[in-house]
Ligand binder design. Structure first.
Ligand code: CP
Ligand code: NVA
Length: 311
């Protein structure tokens, strides 16, 4: 069976811990691990814009001894409707892994179904699991552990980051609270999957409407844009209802002493987060961005070491 990483629960709690331990090793010795020596190829495909994901995969695969082919899919035959099944079959002959940023999660599922090499979700409308591996690495660096800590996500509770923080956070044994305005709450299926996962790890997944209640006593605060890629013209008011969920100094003061603040970036300063918090002592956002590199190197190396051959 080919192992893919399409959503956060594709790694068991134990496997996630292995990847995070490897990520710490990769960070300590960035040039000591070369599982892609050859170089072996990795396809890194984008249907949406990217800065961090693009650079971190490109540089990370080079550091692993491999060669990344980084392309916007609009310039490939994918942009002219070659089927995902045929694309997967062809790319599997050239590369050892496929990394893809796209829209619907079902597109990743379809590509993975026909791929004989691991497929990695580099962000979909539903999940951003690579980001959450980097977030967990950052939390562990700053807090010593993730298990048992309370993490509150504020903003669009229905977006990819909310879902991945919930599912990835409980996998690490965290107590995850998601807080957003009415109509912007997590997919019930993701809450159910998170609750199921939390039963294995001692974590918990909760939706709390009031932002102050949600933040009270939290060890980690996280936010994200109120307008994700592809939602620019969805006709919803993505400003006024979100204002109470802004991470500012007043809201941060309700969190536990020493709480840290994460944001996957890009940030919309003055909307979901103020300059004062983003540039203040609680912010770890640039460590978080750097950890994309280390966490993804670890993920790719781990996936390649845990394939049982073509499915
Ligand atoms: N956080 C993140 O995925 O950033 P990019 O969109 O720049 O890749
Ligand atoms: N939720 C954001 C994350 C960007 C990295 C988006 O999908 O645009």
């Amino acid at each position: 069976m080919t192992r893919h990483f399409l959503r956060d629960d594709d790694l068991t709690p134990d496997e996630q811990a292995q990847v995070l331990a490897l990520a710490a090793q990769m960070k300590a010795e960035p040039f000591a691990h070369r599982p892609l020596a050859g170089p072996r190829g990795v396809a890194v495909l984008f249907d949406k814009n990217s800065t961090r994901t693009r650079f971190s995969f490109d540089v990370g695969i080079a550091q692993l001894g491999g060669h990344a082919v980084v392309v916007d899919t609009s310039s490939t035959q994918m942009g002219r409707d070659e089927t995902l099944a045929d694309t997967a079959r062809v790319l599997s002959r050239f590369v050892d892994a496929i990394v893809w940023r796209t829209f619907g999660q079902e597109r990743l599922d379809e590509l993975a179904q026909f791929s004989s090499v691991p497929v990695v979700n580099a962000l979909s409308d539903s999940f951003h699991p690579c980001q959450v591996l980097a977030d967990l690495q950052t939390i562990i660096e700053h807090k010593g552990t993730a298990a048992g800590l309370t993490m509150t996500y504020l903003g669009d509770g229905a977006n990819n980051m909310a879902h991945s923080l919930m599912l990835g956070g409980v996998t690490a044994g965290m107590h995850v609270r998601v807080s957003g305005p009415a109509g912007f709450t997590p997919d019930p299926d993701v809450v159910a999957a998170s609750t199921e996962r939390a039963a294995l790890t001692g974590g918990s997944a909760t939706v709390i409407t009031d932002p102050v209640d949600a933040v009270r006593g939290a060890d980690v605060l996280v936010t994200d844009t109120w307008v994700s890629m592809g939602q620019e013209d969805d006709g919803k008011d993505r400003s006024a209802p979100f204002r109470p969920y802004q991470i500012n100094d007043e809201l941060l003061a309700q969190a536990a002493p020493g709480a840290i603040v994460l944001h996957c970036l890009p940030a919309h300063r003055g909307d979901e987060i103020t300059d004062s918090v983003m540039d203040g002592p609680a912010s770890v956002v640039f460590d978080e961005a750097e950890n994309r590199l280390h966490a993804q190197k670890a993920l790719v190396a781990w996936l390649l070491a845990h394939q049982d051959g073509p499915s």
